[in-house]
Design a protein around this ligand. Structure first.
Ligand code: SAH
Ligand code: SF4
Length: 373
């Protein structure tokens, strides 16, 4: 799929067509720096060459079929792939909050109790601002975490490398002046589509620093190892979600195949550049894993690992997740305080309004619904 071609790939295609290699690099730059996906518009090529490339390498971006904007400025996009499968991607302004732990913690505290309904609304992202884009890697997820809507809806197929890159280009087109950080925290488990995610990363890291890209996994040790072996290693996030094996088995059945100890060992072995840390994600669920005792255990579990902890209050869904409720504000505060007391850097990814999506972790795709329509 041409959208997943690297500069080298385009260079060899150009050479095969009897053109100098720099023509290939020009095509890569047109697509990935200027967002041009039609050869017709690449006027740096001759008319005849434009036509030849167009015939050989037709490129189509996923189609944006729905946009849901929320008051905090985030936008959830539904994108239709060529086989009609739907995926979701979420644009989140002020994305640096995800990357910079301290600011998010300060932010969460400043909102105080009842932060969810805080009246202060950040303005729309002005031009030149940074944002984070949450990307999907599959059209569903077979991992079956009990608290995850994507998981409840069941397995999907892998996105191709070109579809992953196309997803980014399609959303970037809607926010041309925003510089995007990327997180693989949308639909699917990136490590179960490793080759295509790695191919997309090769392309992304030509124009985006790997420091601004994060791959999130439910905890596949082999995938974590392979990610660490890439030429350009992105940030790693691991969904820990429970402080002991038994609770984790209940909410993340994948724990039976890949016990926590193995996941933690893979995290320990992950090659981290200086001053970078792994994000340990923890979805906080009322009465399941949100006690101060759980926070104490979590602190002990992660002791010695180079992590920052991202606490994500459950995003409820009465239809798909009727048995799970979000934690109380008091429980969130007590949980965070205990981890802070243990000297962890903690961030809380809060919903900032009733129509907010709390970033990712609530993505449905809904391919089936759309076919019915
Ligand atoms: N499969 C990968 C990436 C996609 S899920 C993974 O599991 O890490 C991205 C994040 O959303 C994970 O941390 C997951 O625990 C979280 N998540 C899933 N369902 C959620 C929900 N209902 N509320 C809040 N976060 C959720
Ligand atoms: Fe899949 Fe991640 Fe959802 Fe688990 S949390 S079901 S791994 S998308």
């Amino acid at each position: 799929m041409p959208l997943a071609f690297t500069p080298k790939d385009w260079e060899s295609r150009a050479k095969e067509m009897g053109l100098p290699a720099f023509r290939g690099r020009q095509i890569f730059d047109a697509i990935h720096r200027r967002g041009v996906t039609s050869f017709e518009a690449m006027t740096e090529l001759s008319r005849a060459d434009r036509r030849r490339f167009q015939d050989l390498f037709p490129m189509a971006l996923p189609e944006v079929v729905r946009r849901e904007a929320s008051a905090d400025g985030s936008v959830k996009y539904a994108l239709r792939l060529s086989d009609d499968a739907l995926i979701e991607a979420v644009f989140m302004p002020r994305g640096e909050a995800l990357a910079s732990a301290e600011s998010e913690f300060a932010d969460a505290r400043a909102e105080g109790p009842g932060g969810r309904s805080a009246a202060i609304r950040p303005p729309r992202t002005p031009p030149g601002e940074r944002a984070t884009l949450c990307l999907s890697s599959q059209t569903g997820c077979a991992v079956d975490c009990r608290f995850c809507v994507t998981g409840r809806l069941g397995a999907g197929r892998n996105l191709s490398g070109g579809e992953i890159v196309g997803q980014y280009l399609a959303v970037r087109r809607e926010h041309p002046d925003t510089s995007l950080s990327l997180v693989f925290m949308g639909m699917g488990e990136p490590m179960l589509n490793f080759e295509n995610v790695a191919q997309a990363l090769k392309v992304f890291t030509k124009t985006i620093s790997p420091r601004r890209i994060t791959v999130s996994t439910a905890g596949f040790p082999d995938g974590i190892r392979r990610l660490g072996e890439l030429e350009k290693v992105p940030n790693l996030a691991v969904s820990i979600n429970a402080a002991d094996e038994r609770t984790r088995e209940e909410i993340m059945p994948v724990t039976r195949a890949h016990p926590l100890a193995e996941v933690l060992a893979a995290m320990k072995a992950f090659p981290l550049p200086p001053r970078r840390r792994i994000t340990a994600e923890y979805v906080l669920i009322d009465g399941v894993n949100d006690s101060v005792e759980d926070a104490k255990k979590l602190g002990r579990l992660l002791r010695g690992l180079p992590v920052k902890i991202n606490v994500i209050p459950l995003n409820p869904d009465p239809r798909y997740l009727p048995e799970f409720q979000p934690p109380s504000e008091t429980a969130i505060d007590a949980f965070v305080e205990e981890l802070a007391r243990q000297k962890y850097t903690v961030t809380v990814r809060r919903s900032r309004g009733p129509d907010s999506y709390a970033g990712c972790g609530q993505l449905k795709g809904r391919a089936a619904d759309s076919r019915r329509r």
